[in-house]
Design a protein around this ligand. Structure first.
Ligand code: GDP
Length: 447
């Protein structure tokens, strides 16, 4: 891929951190800059004790200088790291010195972007670097580490290889029209297609778990007015360090608030916002309420006496894959005991948001869902864009299977080509500059 011609530098430690600070330099000038700072040519992969001096020879700080020659470095270019005291003033002076010597300020994520462009990391791995830095739990960090190690990429590549086999088969069939029908109807091809479908479903489910690990669980609280949704949100957040975000809205605020408790984001959505309406303002509210429901991993459907039925319109607005927990609130008013039961594949919890009885049962159930899949071997971090790409691949494979069943080889081949393109987006085999810009801009400077 295209190598960058210039040399970049940045402080690679969060500003204000005590202890060690690092200035990282990458590019063709890095060894020359290091030689200037050291007073001699640096040895590769050797820790040099150095007195870093400014232009006039005054010492900025003393510390270690490390030189990694291309291509055996993080970025694949010549890289120099200056380790000094973690004082932002000193690090700033060191950085300024490296600019004087020919480097320019690095943009956010530019080191990792260069690593990607030089083939040191694929895109899923590069994203894992950001996830690792941002991870807020040990589990999330371990998952990001697995993605960084290439766990996700390997599975994506295996899938891509499977796709190539099937495509080769079908495209060969198209090239021999007199035998095409037999080729396309072969049981071995059907078996390959089925294996492909299963592998794709598997990877999609794993990526969805990965997103949950990275982003936390998105829970919406829905139900008719006055059933106790706000009370439930408050009860769940009680005693926790909850971050409350007011969801700025229209005059008819549909989404009232959102809190994050232990990595679980709870959002209150009013069902009033789901009804059909001609009112422009309200329609915007409906759109947002539906959008919020559509991205939910889990919905708390709250009901209370006397009407404990769940609104069917609401159920249909939830994504098929979202888990539903039916919350029977206000048990303090009746004779129900706090408990949890499984019925028709849904959990039902009886509690009282006001008195707090049964809230612990619900909290435990939420934690269980949030951590579902965490213990499983090989959990890796993933992002919404990975899930979207895998869903596109899944759709294309389903359509390819229908086309095959109808003996439409050309159509099947085209669908499979699209599926492979979608899979290629995971590792960055196929990407647009816009996507790359978006991904790396979300990194911090120095990474
Ligand atoms: P929302 O409109 O669904 O958000 O409902 P609110 O949380 O505002 O509650 C509506 C009314 O029900 C308020 O007067 C609450 O105090 C009351 N409420 C909420 N939870 C309970 C409960 O567990 N028991 C009883 N008795 N009242 C409750």
């Amino acid at each position: 891929m295209n190598a960058a011609a210039d040399t970049i530098a940045a402080i690679a430690t969060a500003a204000g951190h005590a202890g060690i600070g690092v200035v990282r330099i990458s590019g063709p000038l890095a060894p020359a800059i290091a030689a200037q700072l050291l007073g001699r040519v640096p040895r590769e992969r050797h820790a040099h004790w150095a007195s870093f001096a400014d232009r006039d020879g005054a010492i900025i700080d003393r510390g270690l200088l490390l030189y990694f020659a291309a291509p055996r470095s993080y970025t694949g270019e010549h890289v120099v790291e200056l380790q000094a005291h973690g004082n932002p003033l000193l690090l700033g002076a060191l950085l300024a010195r490296s600019f004087e010597l020919g480097a320019r300020p690095a943009r956010a994520g530019e080191f990792t972007e260069r690593a990607f462009l030089n083939g040191k990391l694929d895109l899923a791995q590069a994203e894992a670097v950001a996830d690792l830095i941002a991870s807020t739990s040990q589990t999330a960090a371990r998952a990001a580490q697995r993605s960084l190690d290439g766990e996700f990429s390997r599975r994506a590549e295996a899938l891509s290889a499977q796709l190539v086999r099937v495509r080769t088969w079908i495209e060969a069939a198209i090239d021999f029209p007199e035998e095409e029908i037999d080729f396309l109807a072969a049981p071995a091809l059907r078996a390959e297609m089925e294996a492909l479908r299963l592998a794709l479903d598997d990877l999609l489910a794993a990526a969805q778990r990965g997103v949950r690990l990275t982003d936390g669980l998105h829970v919406v609280i829905v139900g008719r007015p006055n059933v106790g949704k706000s009370s439930l949100l408050n009860a769940l957040a009680a005693g926790e360090r909850a971050i409350v975000t007011e969801i700025a809205g229209t005059t008819r605020d549909v989404l009232r608030e959102s809190v994050t408790v232990n990595g679980i984001a709870l959002t209150l959505a009013d069902t009033a916002g789901l009804r059909d309406t001609d009112d422009v303002v309200e329609r915007e509210g409906v759109r947002r309420a539906r959008a919020e429901l559509a991205r939910a991993d889990l919905a708390l459907l709250v009901c209370a006496p006397p009407d404990e039925s769940v609104d069917p319109g609401l159920l249909s607005a939830l994504p098929a894959g979202a888990t539903r927990i039916i919350v029977h609130n206000k048990i303090d008013l009746g004779a129900q005991a706090p408990r949890i039961e499984q019925r028709n594949g849904n959990s039902h919890v009886w509690l009282s948001a006001r008195s707090g009885i049964g809230i612990d049962l619900l909290a435990a159930e939420l934690q269980r869902h949030a951590h579902a899949g965490e213990g499983s071997e090989g959990a890796f971090s993933a992002r919404a864009r990975h899930v979207a790409a895998l869903q596109r691949a899944q759709l294309a494979c389903t359509q390819a299977a229908s086309a095959l069943a109808a003996q439409q080889g050309e159509l099947a081949a085209e669908e499979l080509r699209q599926a492979q393109h979608a899979i290629g987006e995971l590792t960055g085999a196929f990407t647009s500059d816009d996507l790359l810009g978006e991904i790396f801009a979300s990194f911090c400077i120095g990474k």
